[in-house]
Design a protein around this ligand. Structure first.
Ligand SMILES: Nc1ncnc2c1ncn2[C@@H]1O[C@H](COP(=O)(O)OP(=O)(O)OP(=O)(O)O)[C@@H](O)[C@H]1O
Ligand SMILES: [Mg+2]
Length: 262
C-alpha cells in the first residue's frame, strides 16, 4: 500500500488540560495513483489528518507510512495545496512556481519546469503577472502548478477550491481531473462538498465527528467523465447525505445543549 494510516489517534489538550479527542482509531490505505477524497462535516478532523500525512502535525498515537517510510516531517514526496493560495505577493507567477525549485536545479531548468506546469494549469499567458493581478481561481492554479513542479508522488489538497465560485470550481475540477490522468499522481483531497467528492474521486472516505472517525469507505464506481451519469451521481449523493445528516445533527444537538447549559 502506498499511503497507510495505522490506528491514528489525535488528542488536543485545552488550557485547563481537558483532552479533546479529534481523531480516533483511524485506519486508512491508499494505493499509488488513486484519487481519494476525505469528506466530512466541519471540525471532524479532515485537515488534521491531511496535515499528518504532510508531516505538519504529529499524531498522539499510531503512524503514517508513505511509500514504505514513516512520516515524521514534511518531504518533497508530498506536495500540499491549501484553501487559500499562499503565494509570495512580491514575486510574479513564474517566480512563485520556480521558488521551491531553486535548490533542486539550475535556473534554466527551473524556468522550463515552471513554464511546463503553468501550461498544464492553463496559465501560460500570465507568466509575469503578480498575485494581486489574478483572480482567486488563477492564484489557486498557480499554487497547484507550484506543487506539481516539485514532482511530488502525492498531492495533498485541503479544500483547494472551497473559496471559489461555482463555475470556476467546476472548470478547475475538469482541469484537475486531466492533470491527475496525465501525471498519475496520488491525490488526497479534503472537501465537505459531496458533489465535488463524487465528481473527482475513485474513493470517498466519509468521516464522522466528535471524535473524528471513518464512517465508510465508498468506491465510486461511475465511469469518467461522470457528468453524463446523473442518476448514479444522484443516488450516491443521497446515500452520503443520509450518512452525514446523522453526524451534523449530532453536532447541532451538542451545540444546543452547550448553549442551554451556559
Ligand atoms: N492546533 C490545535 N489545537 C487545538 N485544537 C485543534 C487544533 N487544530 C485543530 N483542532 C481541533 O480539532 C478539530 C478538528 O479540526 P480540523 O481543522 O482538522 O477539522 P476539519 O474537518 O478540517 O474542519 P473544516 O471542515 O472546518 O476545515 C476541531 O475541533 C479543532 O478545533
Ligand atoms: Mg479543514
Amino acid at each position: 500500500m502506498f499511503i497507510e494510516a495505522k490506528q491514528i489517534n489525535k488528542v488536543y489538550f485545552d488550557k485547563n488540560n481537558k483532552p479533546n479527542t479529534v481523531l480516533k482509531d483511524i485506519d486508512l490505505s491508499i494505493q499509488k495513483g488513486e484519487f481519494v477524497s476525505i469528506l466530512g462535516p466541519s471540525g471532524c478532523g479532515k485537515s488534521t489528518l491531511l496535515s499528518m500525512i504532510a508531516g505538519l502535525v504529529s499524531s498522539t498515537s499510531g503512524e503514517i507510512i508513505v511509500d514504505g517510510k514513516k512520516v515524521v516531517k514534511p518531504g518533497k514526496d508530498r506536495g500540499m495545496v491549501f484553501q487559500q493560495a499562499a503565494l509570495f505577493p512580491w514575486m510574479n507567477v513564474t517566480e512563485n512556481v520556480m521558488f521551491p525549485l531553486r535548490k533542486e536545479m539550475s535556473k534554466k531548468e527551473g524556468l522550463e519546469r515552471a513554464q511546463h506546469f503553468l501550461k498544464m494549469v492553463q496559465l501560460s499567458n500570465y507568466p509575469s503577472h503578480y498575485p494581486h493581478e489574478l483572480s482567486g481561481g488563477m492564484q489557486q492554479r498557480v499554487s497547484i502548478a507550484r506543487s506539481l513542479a516539485m514532482d511530488p508522488a502525492v498531492l495533498l489538497m485541503d479544500e483547494p477550491f472551497g473559496a471559489l465560485d461555482e463555475q470556476t470550481r467546476s472548470r478547475l475540477h475538469g482541469q484537475l481531473e486531466e492533470i491527475w490522468i496525465d501525471t498519475k499522481k496520488t491525490i488526497v483531497f479534503v472537501t465537505h462538498s459531496i458533489s465535488e467528492s463524487i465528481k473527482l474521486s475513485d474513493r470517498i472516505i466519509v468521516m464522522g465527528t466528535r471524535p473524528g472517525t471513518i464512517l465508510t469507505d465508498i468506491t465510486v464506481d461511475i465511469p469518467r467523465p461522470r457528468e453524463q451519469h446523473r442518476q448514479q451521481i444522484a443516488a450516491l449523493e443521497e446515500q452520503i447525505m443520509g450518512l452525514l445528516k446523522t453526524e451534523i445533527d449530532k453536532v447541532i444537538d451538542e451545540e444546543q445543549a452547550y448553549e442551554a447549559g451556559s
